[in-house]
Design a protein around this ligand. Structure first.
Ligand code: ZN
Length: 76
């Protein structure tokens, strides 16, 4: 029997856990871009599916990258 329709049946998996990325480097802007919205905001866990520990590392790295002028604070 089919389950009642749910907005999300399958669980999103943490991109960093799946790819065995233990530490997030703030210099790896290519990777960090994945977790930034078009408004240059950090994508929340409910949208990215990243686990709590990785979300923490990602957000800290994005903030570091912004401070080091590798990523913008606001869109152009
Ligand atoms: Zn993870």
């Amino acid at each position: 029997m089919a389950k009642q329709t749910n907005l999300r049946e399958t669980r999103k998996y943490c991109y960093l856990c799946v790819n065995n990325i233990v530490d997030v480097d703030y210099k790896d802007t290519q990777l960090l871009r994945r977790f930034i919205s078009s408004y240059m905001k950090i994508v929340p866990t409910r949208r990215s599916g990243v686990c709590a520990s990785h979300q923490r590392k990602v957000s800290n790295s994005i903030k570091r990258a912004r401070f080091m002028a590798l990523l913008p604070y606001i869109p152009r």
